[in-house]
Design a protein around this ligand. Structure first.
Ligand SMILES: Nc1ncnc2c1ncn2[C@@H]1O[C@H](COP(=O)(O)OP(=O)(O)OP(=O)(O)O)[C@@H](O)[C@H]1O
Length: 454
């Protein structure tokens, strides 16, 4: 058959399959040759070859026979010099062979690289993230899909990306046979736009539909981007219908993402929606302690006291990324200047970070709460009386002012009836000792801190 004859045949097919099908599936076919009753067509991708073999193979065979060609089988293959793997899909007469499932080379996977540090081992679990962690663990086992999608949401720097990478690492170890793809919603959009521009939408669809586990980070990014949302919706549906696992993250719950189509919102809510709550003091301290382990190897001989760690966990409550950054800076600074990590160095080195994450808790607020807690008058807390029933609450309030505000000792002294800074220092030290010796004091402080921070 000549190219011209194939051209005529294509036009006939256009009348039968319609304009869209023709443009997507028939036009890209390049006639190669007929040999021993087998008509071979070159196709740009395996996916396209498989699809045409399954859906239009018999029709093409029939048209070839009608135009007088002696053909008993049609064969669609990616030419050997193409970037695609040269596998073939074919249709025989009178029975069509089942086309093989689309296959993907590892190099074709569209995912972003994974961060080596983001594993389950390095993820510290506490009350605020235990549900998200448990759900991520379950998905990472790679067993039957129980909730689809898993939707993780939470504020900035609370560990969403860390958990997604951890799932991907775990799956790569447990189920190396699976195509696991992690990428941000932004990368999804750029791939989609590029595919549109290069007229490679079929490749795009092939790649994303051949994935076994798809993770899309920061999905709120596609809100308001209509065509990307549309494509995301189709990809999502195709994978869910194929019982493939999807994991999505966002900075808020699906229902709260503005400009996201309702049908997508409702799809995202179909599986398990879990949030990562803001960190609490214990979790922050746990994260710092686990990071210190790593720094011990990197900076041998450079010690950091619990007091400094507690101070950081108290004072930097914005997000874990900032907390980690503060610790990194502290180690780097201390090692550069060859000094020990003391409270003084910490306050100097991290002055800007501490200022930025400064709490809005005021000295007055602390004094009021503490006097309410111990059932004494505010004037007695600030006044000169030294009886234990006033002095102890006063010291607790001084201690909390030091911990929860960035006020200096002289400033705190002024607000406590013009006391000297050494009196404040003494009060703070006394409570530090009592916290260790007296369970009741420790409990009171914890309770007060929680109410003040809430
Ligand atoms: N529970 C945790 N244990 C250990 N490290 C954590 C934990 N939570 C967060 N981190 C660390 O905090 C940093 C920020 O986390 P991550 O990038 O996962 O946040 P995110 O929620 O994806 O933030 P964003 O909204 O900015 O994308 C990372 O270095 C991560 O390892």
């Amino acid at each position: 058959m000549t190219q011209e004859q194939w051209g005529q045949l294509q036009r006939k097919l256009l009348g039968t399959v319609g304009k869209n099908n023709y443009a997507n599936w028939i036009e890209p076919l390049e006639f190669s040759d007929i040999s021993e009753g087998v008509a071979t067509f070159h196709v740009p991708t395996n996916f396209l070859g498989n699809y045409v073999a399954q859906n239009f193979g018999d029709l093409i065979l029939h048209q070839l026979a009608e135009s007088g060609q002696l053909v008993r089988r049609v064969n669609f293959r990616v030419p050997a010099n193409s970037a695609q793997r040269p596998t073939a899909a074919s249709v025989s007469a009178p029975l069509s062979d089942a086309a093989p499932a689309p296959s993907l080379g590892a190099d074709q996977l569209p995912g972003a690289p994974l961060d080596r540090r983001f594993t389950f081992d390095s993820f510290v679990v506490g009350k605020p993230n235990e549900l998200a962690h448990a759900a991520a663990r379950r998905v990472a086992e790679g067993g039957p899909v129980t909730f689809n999608p898993l939707f993780l949401y939470g504020g900035v720097g609370l560990g969403k990306t860390h958990l997604m990478h951890a799932i991907a690492w775990e799956l790569q170890t447990r189920r190396p046979d699976l195509n696991v793809v992690y990428l941000s919603a932004e990368q999804f959009m750029y791939r989609f736009v590029q595919a549109l521009r290069d007229r490679k939408m079929m490749d795009f669809k092939q790649i994303f539909r051949a994935v076994d586990v798809l993770m899309v980070d920061d999905v709120q990014f596609i809100a308001g981007k209509d065509s990307t949302q549309e494509e995301f919706f189709h990809t999502f549906n195709a994978l869910v219908d194929g019982n493939k696992q999807i994991i999505i993250s966002a900075d808020r719950a699906p229902g709260e993402i503005k400009d996201l189509e309702d049908r997508i919102k409702s799809r995202l809510q179909c599986g398990l929606v879990v949030d990562l709550h803001p960190t609490d003091y214990e979790l922050r301290l746990g994260i710092l302690q686990s990071k210190v382990e790593a720094y011990r190897l990197q900076y041998p001989g450079l010690e950091i006291s619990n007091q400094v760690l507690e101070f950081l966990a108290h004072r930097i409550s914005t997000n874990v990324r900032v907390l980690e950054g503060a610790l990194t800076r502290l180690y780097a600074f201390a090692s550069l200047v060859g000094r020990e990590i003391t409270m003084e160095l910490t306050q100097d080195c991290l002055a800007d970070v501490l200022r930025a994450s400064e709490r809005k808790i005021t000295i007055e607020e602390i004094q009021r709460r503490v006097s309410e807690h111990y059932n004494i008058r505010l004037s007695d807390m600030i006044g000169p009386k030294r009886v234990r029933s006033y002095a102890r609450p006063r010291q607790v309030a001084m201690y909390l002012c030091k911990q929860l505000t960035s006020r200096s000792l002289p400033e705190i002294g002024r607000r406590f009836g013009g006391r000297d800074h050494t009196t404040i220092m003494h009060g703070v030290r006394r409570i530090e000792e009592l916290r260790v010796q007296d369970g009741q004091i420790a409990e009171d402080i914890e309770m007060l801190r929680r109410t003040l921070e809430a």
